[in-house]
Design a protein around this ligand. Structure first.
Ligand code: HGY
Ligand code: MN
Ligand code: MN
Ligand code: MN
Length: 412
């Protein structure tokens, strides 16, 4: 590890402090949106942002904006990510990007002042509400409301599996605000890659040029409840057996396409009544399907619907399938990519362009303002898992990279 500056040590100390919120015994975090852990993270972020001279605003869907007004009336450079996590997940996904944004924002302002340059824009560091969509679907919720892709009224009424609404959850932790969010001129984000490319090629930073097409299938399988002992096998309408075939179909449909051009999983699965001696009457499950080519997803989706129909006929159950959380391919603007690559060169960092298969708040923001998305290496490419890891050195390099980008965006 090269020589650590005092600012580097401060960053690492703060990241260690952040890690402890919602920490799990196995070294990960469990920080679902709208929970007490989310509330603690927000208090942590607010106190650290205010300590660095930012004024924190909270909008009606719980997005947090730590603002520095530099040029009255000017639009804002937004830089940030998300503090919520998947269940039993990693310490870095989102949280690293929020802390890196706070440090890069302060350092970019210091650099501008040291260079005698005046900023042309204002600056805000953002914690977006519910990027993960784990407790409340869809994902990228707060950033999509900000981008006008979803209505705040609809999102506040979304309910989790226990029937708790977003509104009730935010009110319970006291984080449903009423501040007007700042107007954005542009957005920048740094995020762990959650893949293996940067690590395999020994690179410092990734500059993201496009995101994959992603969508989810909301699948309900309806059979009939009956006694697992007394009911003849020929008389059963077992929703779970049919759902099990459907789960395999979701996985195996990827084999019909060029290797790694399509990825899919069923990650969430609820069985009713979920009793050992009752034939299940209903299974509700969510499939996630992604590809760099939307036509491949559309073809896979058609094949699956056809298979579900055949499974339903054979098993005498009904399938109800709805599309949601659809994200078209997003291409980041060439001007932002070039600006980021220039900043990497100026910092002496090795970077390359790549696509993201994971969704990010930057995808929502890019639908309304020019956006730059940077990646930092992930060890083994593992994420949404407690052993997710990015080295201290790579985290600090990412802060340097983001600082260069924010400084350039402030001057435009
Ligand atoms: O959808 C995603 O890939 C992100 O982790 N929410
Ligand atoms: Mn601190
Ligand atoms: Mn993330
Ligand atoms: Mn994630």
């Amino acid at each position: 590890m090269p020589h650590l500056t005092s600012a580097d040590r401060l960053f690492l100390d703060d990241f260690r402090g952040l890690e402890r919120i919602g920490a799990t015994p196995a070294g990960g975090v469990h920080r679902l949106s709208g929970t007490a852990e989310d509330g603690a993270l927000r208090e942590w972020f607010r106190s650290h942002a205010e300590a660095q001279g930012f004024d924190v605003r909270v909008d009606g869907i719980g997005n947090m904006f730590a603002c520095r007004e530099l040029v009255p009336g000017a639009p804002y450079v937004l830089v940030g990510s998300h503090l919520d996590s998947q269940p039993l997940a990693g310490r870095f996904d989102g949280a690293y990007g929020v802390l890196a944004a706070l440090y890069a924002a302060s350092r970019a302002l210091d650099r501008l002042a040291a260079d005698g340059c005046a900023p042309a824009r204002n600056l805000a560091v953002v914690n977006w509400f519910n990027e993960e969509g784990a407790r409340f679907a869809p994902s990228l919720m707060g950033s999509s409301v900000y981008a006008g892709l979803y209505s705040i009224e609809d999102m506040l009424e979304v309910r989790d599996l226990d029937g708790v609404s977003v509104r009730e959850a935010l009110d319970a932790i006291g984080w449903r605000g009423s501040d007007a969010p700042p107007d954005a001129a542009c957005y920048a984000e740094i995020h762990i890659e959650q893949g293996r490319i940067l690590e395999r090629e020994g690179l410092d930073v990734g500059v993201v040029e496009a995101s994959w097409y992603t969508q989810k299938l909301d699948i309900t399988v309806l059979g009939e409840q009956s006694h697992t002992g007394a009911t003849a096998m020929a008389d059963r309408r077992d929703a779970l057996v049919a759902a099990a075939e459907a789960v395999l179909a979701v996985h195996d449909v990827t084999l019909d396409f060029p290797e790694e051009m399509l990825v899919s999983s069923v990650g969430q699965h609820v069985v009713e009544p979920n009793s050992p001696i009752v034939v299940p009457r209903r299974v509700h499950m969510i499939a996630d399907v992604r590809s760099g080519d939307p036509e491949i997803v559309r073809a896979a989706r058609a094949a699956l619907l056809d298979q579900f129909e055949r499974i339903g006929d054979r098993r005498r159950v009904d399938f109800i399938v709805e599309d949601f959380d659809v994200r078209e391919v997003c291409r980041f603007p060439e001007a932002g990519i070039a600006l980021a690559e220039e900043a990497m060169r100026a910092e002496g960092l090795a970077s390359r362009r790549l696509s993201t298969m994971a969704g990010h708040d930057a995808v929502a923001l890019n639908s309304v303002v020019p956006t730059v998305l940077l990646f930092t290496p992930s060890v083994d490419g593992v994420s949404h898992c407690e052993r997710e890891l990015t080295s201290d050195e790579d985290m600090l390099t990412g802060v340097r990279a983001l600082t260069g980008v924010v400084r350039a965006l402030l001057e435009r």
